[in-house]
Ligand binder design. Sequence first.
Ligand SMILES: Nc1ncnc2c1ncn2[C@@H]1O[C@H](COP(=O)(O)OP(=O)(O)OP(=O)(O)O)[C@@H](O)[C@H]1O
Ligand SMILES: [Mg+2]
Length: 331
Amino acid sequence: MTEQALLSVRDLHTWYELRKWGFFRTGHVRALDGVTFDLRRGDAITIVGESGSGKTTLAKTLLGLVPPTKGEMVFAGERLDGKKKGKALAWLRANVGFVQQDPYGALPPFMTVERILSEPLAVHGVPRREQEARARAVMDEVRLTPQDDFVHKYPHMLSGGQQQRLVIARAIVLEPKLVVADEPVSMLDASVRVEILQLLRRIQKSHDLGVMYITHDLSTVRYFSEYVFVMYAAKIVERAPVHELIRHPLHPYTQALLTAISDPDPENAHIQKEVPPGEPPSLAHPPSGCRFHPRCKHRIAELCSTTEPTTFEPAPGHRVECWLYRQGGEG
Ligand SMILES: Nc1ncnc2c1ncn2[C@@H]1O[C@H](COP(=O)(O)OP(=O)(O)OP(=O)(O)O)[C@@H](O)[C@H]1O
Ligand SMILES: [Mg+2]
């Protein structure tokens, strides 16, 4: 683990058991299959990948909602083993905020805004007289203002954007060190998406928060993070600083993702629009070699279909798992 790492994940595997008639084990869905990365204090990273690549499983494993099969996670100096209870679980809940995709589903329907925000404070022993002030302060931070207009409202009385602001307020009310935001804007109107991402970014900067932003939409990363990790079929296949990744995508999968997004930036006008052809692979029976090889138009005969690529670093800080970069690489 690097010295400043807030979160250090090493060779993390999370496999779901497949059972027949709820009894016979018939195999595994390898939803995370050897994921390694560091997140430094105060940094924002984006995890991007198409549906089923294992993004939510990564979030759930970090939050202790799904047990890892193998690997190590160290957060703020504490080992997370996915089996936290009692005080250790309370510590994790206080230090890692969670923002989910569906704000309405994430909010208790019969609680007012004020209760939704003061309950975590009460559970964590914040004196009652401080709860209201703290709840109002976070409402101010997420711009649910004037607060008096919102404190007595129930979630269904709020717009989608306001609901997500409330979810973000709840995620930061205990002043966590890390916020995991799983597709926080994908269910919102396009008009409020950028606004909510900018709000998260502002909060991240002012609180020196670590943020893990999960999305399938590469077009939103430029609003957000310093660093991007691209996931494909349960693995991170490319990682780079945002602008480097957008200007010089290396992995054929990242290139396909980038060309698939509608990009108003004239700098990227030279890129042809196309989507990765074919379907993502089954994670119960992933392809041999490079998992992207069946969909890759640059695949190298024999090599890509038989041998898993190692990590190459063609430019400093830009790492890719693809045999195309083997010359001059480290693997
Ligand atoms: N509880 C579960 N039991 C079995 N398989 C599961 C379970 N949860 C997820 N999976 C499988 O694990 C794989 C990864 O799922 P995950 O939800 O992590 O992907 P994702 O990248 O978040 O996708 P999306 O973009 O659709 O949210 C998928 O193949 C999914 O079907
Ligand atoms: Mg998901």
